[in-house]
Design a protein around this ligand. Structure first.
Ligand SMILES: *[C@@H]1O[C@H](CO)[C@@H](O)[C@H](O)[C@H]1NC(C)=O
Ligand SMILES: *[C@@H]1O[C@H](CO)[C@@H](O)[C@H](O)[C@H]1NC(C)=O
Length: 336
């Protein structure tokens, strides 16, 4: 026994320089990786606050097209790109709102606007006319922001129409828009496409499974395209925001460290373009995403279920009670 101990010890002593080098290499590797990601975080989230985004959006083209442009995040993208001197194409379904927002942007930022009433939610909507409408414009930036969801509900309670609308809006709309603007971008060798995949597209969600499924689809679509077009000078970003104060969240929510106002969110997200291809767009959301990534599947589902079950029970009760008007269920919740 003693003999063995001495042997092991002397073997260790003889090999210790090798072990030390291996140890050092491992420490260096992880240290450098850590420094690398810290530097990337700095470039994406800190530096733009002082020196502005890496990408000069105006150089990408004359026009920025934004879907779901009349409310919330979409509207903030429209305003902030106009502030940078871009002309804005606003796409949304309500012509009156479109006119109002377009006039406001023209007056505030002295840029041109073009309004395109289009109902992405309608599965029967025809895209040929839209393609023709957009054809003449030098579109340098596309923000696929429009998206709809429904209140937390077991799938069997969700109306077929709502499912069709959601697929039409969250998936088909974004893919078609991307296809319309790409030829122009490829020709010029520059352009930015931002697809709102939402952090909820990276985590399966009970009672919102169709919604998170559509967003996961958009995330995969976007990442595939990055490989197809990334080498051609086109920036394609999969944006994974968590909660932002818009009309998609309950009215009584107040901004917090983790839940920013749409305007603050968009300012941060524009700073990440050209640095991060797949990002939450907002540093506190990146912290949340990191925390979620540390959970096991079991823990994840426990938390999600707890968070959504109360709402689900209320929604089911409303639905089964013929006396309550439950407008949320005849129509999907929408943000444009
Ligand atoms: C858009 O289409 C949806 C789904 O077909 C429909 O429910 C909604 O009323 C339409 N909205 C407008 C403004 O036309
Ligand atoms: C993206 O989707 C989220 C909900 O998943 C929504 O709150 C937000 O307004 C959308 N737009 C962008 C560009 O983040």
């Amino acid at each position: 026994m003693d003999d063995l101990y001495t042997k092991v010890l002397s073997a260790y002593e003889r090999s210790s320089p090798v072990l030390a080098v291996v140890g050092l290499a491992i420490v260096l590797y992880h240290g450098l990786r850590w420094l690398g990601s810290a530097f990337t975080m700095f470039r994406a989230f800190v530096a733009p606050r002082f020196v502005g985004p890496v990408v000069n959006f105006k150089q990408m083209g004359e026009w920025a097209a934004i879907t779901g442009a009349t409310d919330g995040i979409g509207k903030c993208y429209a305003e902030q790109l106009a502030e940078k001197g871009m002309n804005i194409i606003l796409l949304s379904r309500n012509p009156d709102k479109l006119k109002r927002v377009a006039t406001e942007i023209e007056e505030r930022f002295r840029v041109k606007t073009k309004i395109v009433p289009f109902n992405f939610t309608n599965p029967l909507q025809k895209y040929e006319a839209l393609k023709t409408t957009l054809a003449g414009y030098d579109i340098g930036v596309l923000v696929n922001n429009v998206g709809i969801s429904h209140p937390s509900l077991p799938l069997l309670y969700v109306k077929d129409q709502v499912i069709e609308d959601m697929i039409a809006c969250n998936i088909r709309g974004a893919i078609q828009m991307t296809k319309f603007v790409l030829p122009g971008m490829v020709e010029k060798g520059r352009g930015v496409i931002i697809n709102n995949a939402s952090m909820l597209g990276t985590m399966p969600l009970p009672y919102l499974s169709t919604y998170s499924g559509t967003k996961a689809c958009l995330d995969f679509f976007t990442r595939g395209l990055q490989n197809e077009f990334g080498q051609k000078g086109i920036i394609i970003q999969s944006l994974l925001p968590f909660w932002v104060i818009t009309n998609m969240v309950p009215k009584d929510w107040k901004p917090t460290f983790f839940t920013p106002l749409a305007d603050d969110y968009v300012r941060a997200a524009l700073g990440t373009v050209g640095v991060l291809d797949r990002t939450t767009g907002y540093f506190p959301h990146t912290i949340q995403r990191w925390l979620f990534s540390k959970l096991s599947d079991y823990q994840h589902y426990m938390i999600m279920k707890k968070a959504l079950e109360e709402a689900r029970d209320k929604n089911v009760k409303d639905l089964e009670n013929p006396n309550t008007q439950a407008p949320a269920f005849s129509n999907s919740v929408t943000k444009s």
